[in-house]
Design a binder for this molecule. Structure first.
Ligand SMILES: [Zn+2]
Length: 337
């Protein structure tokens, strides 16, 4: 759909798809158009400057299918840097991902990108309108999705017996709708699979949510017997801190079973909130640090493949004596460097 080639006889599932393909085609070509007919069952477009270029498409009787019946594919009119179909709405939709990832995308940057892609010179006002519309599409969409979470939570509980979903909301200002706070989701198969088929090793991790409303995902992940990653539970929280980790891990322990009963070992990065939480909630449970994360800090001061290999040799040592020997070796290597 990003670069459709139209020809006579071509079929489209419905009118909407045809219109979208037509729009992309004339913008890319480019031909500027005017509609002679724009009805539910037939669409006829001509070149805006009245050369012989035209396309006529209509609905096939008894189907929703749209088909191109007539097409004169050559436009002999000169090119301009304006196009009636490249509107602010068109730009907002076409670059929705970019606007989402980069809300501060400069006006000049948007102008430049559109010029490069479709040779249209947008006015400053068009760019502002496109930015505003993109923001509305993104926000409106996400707001609607948050609004559906309560139904979603109920639906999981009804259709997936044995699952666990907790949805927390809060009222931040009087007389307003409750706002999303936190969510915990664990499907039935996750608990059954974890207890029945995974080693008692749980990786904990947090990561940013990139959407408009931010927040963090916290996850508990195991490895199955095929050594594949096996997600056990996830939480969505306001941010990764002491409070949110306490809430997530307490919920996890209540839900799955106490970590000391299961002889669990937790593994994570060295996030401060998480370290404190583990000491507070499960003082007797093993908590290890992920060597990949340790190495990311380590390599800032100690560079080179030799030292990297030495660090990993320490990490995989299985006895105290071996570990100490490997550490000695690593220190010796560092002194040589
Ligand atoms: Zn023309």
């Amino acid at each position: 759909m990003s670069n459709p080639k139209l020809c006579k006889g071509m079929k489209f599932p419905n009118r909407k798809v045809f219109r979208a393909a037509l729009r992309e085609y004339i913008v890319k070509k480019p031909v500027d158009i005017k509609f002679k007919l724009n009805e539910k069952t037939k669409v006829s477009v001509h070149c805006k400057y009245e050369c012989s270029w035209r396309i006529y498409a209509s609905q096939i009787a008894g189907e929703l299918t749209f088909q191109i019946k007539t097409m004169v594919p050559t436009c002999i009119c000169g090119r301009t840097f304006k196009h009636s179909q490249v509107t602010s709405t068109y730009v907002a939709r076409k670059y929705l991902d970019d606007f989402n990832k980069n809300p501060d995308w400069a006006v000049s940057g948007v102008k430049h990108q559109v010029m490069q892609d479709v040779y249209v010179d947008l006015s400053i006002n068009q760019v502002y309108r496109a930015k505003r519309k993109a923001r509305e599409f993104i926000l409106g969409d996400e707001r609607l999705q948050y609004g559906k979470l309560r139904d979603y939570a109920v639906m999981i509980k009804v259709t997936d017996v044995g699952s666990k979903v907790i949805l927390q909301t809060e009222i931040t200002e009087p007389n307003t709708q409750p706002k999303f706070k936190r969510m915990y989701v664990r499907y039935n198969a996750q608990k059954v699979g974890f207890l029945g088929g995974c080693r008692p090793l749980v990786g904990l991790n947090g990561c940013h949510l990139k959407g408009k409303f931010g927040g963090h995902i916290l996850s508990a992940t195991a490895r199955d017997v095929n050594d594949n990653i096996f997600p056990v539970a996830l939480g969505v929280v306001e941010q990764e801190n002491n409070d949110s980790w306490v809430w997530f891990l307490q919920t996890f322990a209540d839900d799955i079973r106490r970590p000391n009963e299961l002889n669990l070992v937790f593994i994570s990065d060295r996030q401060k909130g998480l370290i404190l939480t583990m000491e507070l909630l499960f003082p007797t449970v093993e908590h290890r640090f992920c060597v990949k994360h340790i190495y990311n800090n380590f390599k800032l001061n100690f560079k080179g493949l030799e030292l990297k290999a030495a660090l990993w040799r320490c990490a995989v040592a299985t006895t105290v004596r071996e570990f100490e020997k490997r550490m000695q070796d690593m220190k010796k290597l560092d002194n040589e460097a």
